[in-house]
Design a binder for this molecule. Structure first.
Ligand code: PBG
Length: 323
């Protein structure tokens, strides 16, 4: 035998020498859930180790992450049912929880990078990402709401705005509104290929944002399709997106790779709530070892993602697995 690939695996030094893919804390974005009130910290049942924080505790959490070198955060609000309506008006109301949270983080920690979520569902009495009329999701009318939300986020100090709604034309629509209001430097991370996935369950539990009726299949993508992701990516690029995101992550590594190979924009992967819950449950039962966490996160980088939104972000740094 002239060729023995095992020679390149014979020692840790050689294995490290030829390692192709690395994950650093700079690649990670930590999603954080927010609730109203004071001194609140309530664990999400289906996501052990993940909490909903009131703003005061959110600031403590952000501070402890910054000390660890974790600097990017994606915020999601849990909104009281009584504040929800068909048009998600609470989402851009002056003084609303979410806008106060963005402002509090950016005022206290200007060095933090705040990603904000633009979508109606946490505020919608229908639990949908768009305005519902006679059972249909209205695309163009929804854009107006998204535009107001995005502008409010920019005014509150958002660094990156991430529309997660999957309405057609929203990237261009939001870019135009931001630019015409002087927010040319606020970035857009588009949920480009967001699939109609059952992996969002724990997130919807965390926020109480599940659809009251029907599903999200008329706007989120069919898990069976990959070529459609190319159309979405092309449109997002033309409309001015700065990042293309694939969501969920693990069951869609081929889509991450597809977008990475076809587009020059940075690719983000969302390692969603259900993926987190799955690993945590198996680890808690002793069915899998904790090593699955880094193996999973590494797979997003190998597939071509530069940025990874993951609920594991803090723990992997705390445990010293990521520097
Ligand atoms: C909603 C939104 C969802 C997630 C992020 N933004 C859920 C959904 O579309 O129902 C899911 C994130 C996760 O599961 O971790 N706009």
């Amino acid at each position: 035998m002239l060729k023995r690939p095992r020679r390149n695996r014979k020692s840790p030094i050689i294995r490290d020498m030829i390692q192709e893919t690395h994950v650093s804390s700079a690649n990670l974005i930590f999603p954080l859930f927010i609730i109203d009130g004071e001194n609140q910290k309530s664990e999400v049942k289906s996501m052990p180790g993940i909490f909903r924080y009131s703003i005061d505790n959110l600031l403590r959490e952000v501070e402890s992450c910054l000390k660890l070198g974790l600097k990017a955060f994606d915020l999601f609000p849990a909104v009281e049912e009584s504040l929800k309506d068909k048009y998600a008006t609470e989402s851009y109301r002056e003084g609303t929880l979410y806008l106060r949270a963005i402002e509090a983080v950016k005022t206290n920690f200007p060095e933090a990078c705040v990603v904000t979520d633009v979508a109606m569902d946490p505020y919608s009495s229908d639990g949908h990402d768009g305005i519902v009329k006679d059972g249909e999701i209205l695309n163009d009318e929804t854009l107006e709401v998204l535009g107001k939300m995005a502008l409010a986020h920019a005014q509150s100090g958002a660094d990156i705005i991430a529309p997660s709604d999957m309405m057609d034309g929203r990237i261009g629509y939001i870019r135009e509104i931001l630019d015409s209001n002087g927010y040319t430097d606020v970035s857009l991370m588009s949920y480009t290929a967001k699939y109609a996935s059952a992996y969002y369950g724990p997130f919807r539990d965390a926020l109480g944002s599940a659809p009251k009726k029907g599903d999200k299949k008329t706007y989120q993508m069919n898990p069976a399709n990959s070529r459609e992701a190319l159309i979405e990516a092309q449109l997002d690029m033309e409309e001015g997106a700065d990042f293309l995101m694939v969501k969920p992550g693990l069951p869609y590594l081929d889509i991450i790779k597809l977008l990475h190979d076809n587009f020059d924009l940075p690719i983000a992967a969302y390692n969603v709530s259900g993926e987190y819950a799955m690993l945590k449950a198996a680890i808690a039962n002793g069915w899998l070892s904790e090593a699955v966490i880094m193996e999973t996160i590494l797979s997003f980088r190998r597939a071509g993602a530069t940025s990874i939104l993951t609920y594991h972000a803090k723990e992997v740094i705390e445990k010293g697995w990521v520097k």
